[in-house]
Design a protein around this ligand. Structure first.
Ligand SMILES: NC(=O)c1ccc[n+]([C@@H]2O[C@H](COP(=O)([O-])OP(=O)(O)OC[C@H]3O[C@@H](n4cnc5c(N)ncnc54)[C@H](O)[C@@H]3O)[C@@H](O)[C@H]2O)c1
Length: 314
């Protein structure tokens, strides 16, 4: 059977990059998303390239729709990304739980019914607590989960769901826990401001990032490639990995931009986000033959060039 990849949330930032990289490798792609807004795909690929995508508009909360998309399209690989982010879960906790928690159960259940024995899905560093919950230094991948947001609590529920589906049905899974993803298409969510700053710089506008402190930045293209590899690499369990990269200050991000684009004016507030600075990726590096880690300066340079190429389209 030919490989066919189901991407949930393929209209989103990471999903659009996943689809872009899968199509580069001539893979068959089914994009299951509630939205029909292709703006992020349009920023990454031409209309002709998008012809190769099978679009299925559907709601992750609908068990039957999720089962059908897998059954009807001969899915062999699943990359489950669709979710509501921190601000949306905070604004509408019930909807957040329906999409993020029930939606993920629907994916596992549909996989079980269709004999798919491995799933890659997105978790988040929001499963962890704040810095003072842990010893100093990078947080280990198996440190206690002490979420401080509903979004984080829902991601913990997903990780526990994955463990039970492995224990009870032998469906293995790999989740990745990104921190701050940046790159073309990162235009919503709590940590989208560094990317919004890059768009502002190219447009000749000033930008104020409303948080400071240190964090780990991941280039969206790298995250997407790691998700693809996670879907293709059996895990023999319900595994979860932090994504690494050295913790860097948000002011450092702004300094790099100003080095590349001396006219840039990015202000950075002092207040850090309520998350630790960094998470240890030793296990990620032990599990995968390849870990995609574009250095921050290169990722920023590529993103600025990409935004310039898009011109008025972004
Ligand atoms: N971007 C980050 O920095 C980051 C960090 C950690 C974890 N994550 C996780 O990675 C995943 C992808 O993130 P992203 O930045 O690409 O998100 P995004 O918000 O850009 O995209 C999410 C997509 O999910 C779709 N969606 C929402 N509700 C749906 C529903 N009921 N049915 C079908 N589709 C629905 C949306 O239409 C959207 O296209 C998410 O699970 C997110 O929690 C992202």
């Amino acid at each position: 059977m030919a490989d066919t990849y189901l991407i949930t949330g393929g209209m989103g930032c990471i999903g659009a990059w996943v689809i872009h990289h899968l199509l580069e490798n001539d893979k068959a792609v089914v994009n299951f998303d509630q939205s029909t807004d292709t703006h992020r795909l349009d920023w990454l690929m031409s209309a002709d390239e998008q012809e190769a995508i099978t679009f299925v508009q559907g709601d992750l909360r609908d068990t039957d729709q999720v089962k059908s998309v897998i059954k009807d399209n001969g899915i062999t690989h699943i990359i489950h990304l669709a979710a509501l982010q921190v601000p949306m879960c905070r604004a509408n906790p019930v909807l957040g739980a329906q999409v993020n928690v029930v939606g993920t159960v629907n994916i596992f259940e549909a996989a079980r019914e269709n004999d798919i024995n491995h799933i890659a899905y997105a978790s988040s560093i929001a499963v962890y607590g704040s810095a003072n919950d842990y010893p100093a230094g990078l947080i280990a991948h198996d440190a206690p989960k002490l979420p401080r947001t509903l979004y984080g609590a829902y991601k913990v529920a997903n990780e526990n769901t994955a463990q039970i589906y492995y224990n009870d049905y032998g469906i293995s899974s790999t989740n990745l826990r990104p921190y701050t993803v940046y790159g073309v298409g990162r235009d919503q969510g709590l940590t989208s401001e560094p990317t919004k700053a890059l768009v502002a710089v190219v447009k000749g506008e000033d930008y104020q990032i409303t948080f400071g402190g240190k964090m780990q930045f991941h280039f969206a293209s790298d995250v997407a490639k790691q998700f693809i590899l996670a879907s293709e690499t059996p895990s023999g369990g319900a595994l979860g990995f932090n994504m690494g990269q050295p913790p860097q200050a948000v002011t450092e991000f702004a300094d790099i931009v100003e080095d590349i684009e001396p006219s840039a004016k990015i202000e950075v507030d002092d207040k850090p986000l309520p998350f630790p600075e960094g998470f240890d990726d030793t296990e990620l590096k032990a599990h995968f033959d390849t870990v995609y880690e574009t250095p921050l300066a290169d990722g920023i340079e590529q993103t600025l060039a990409h935004i310039r190429r898009l011109g008025d389209a972004i």
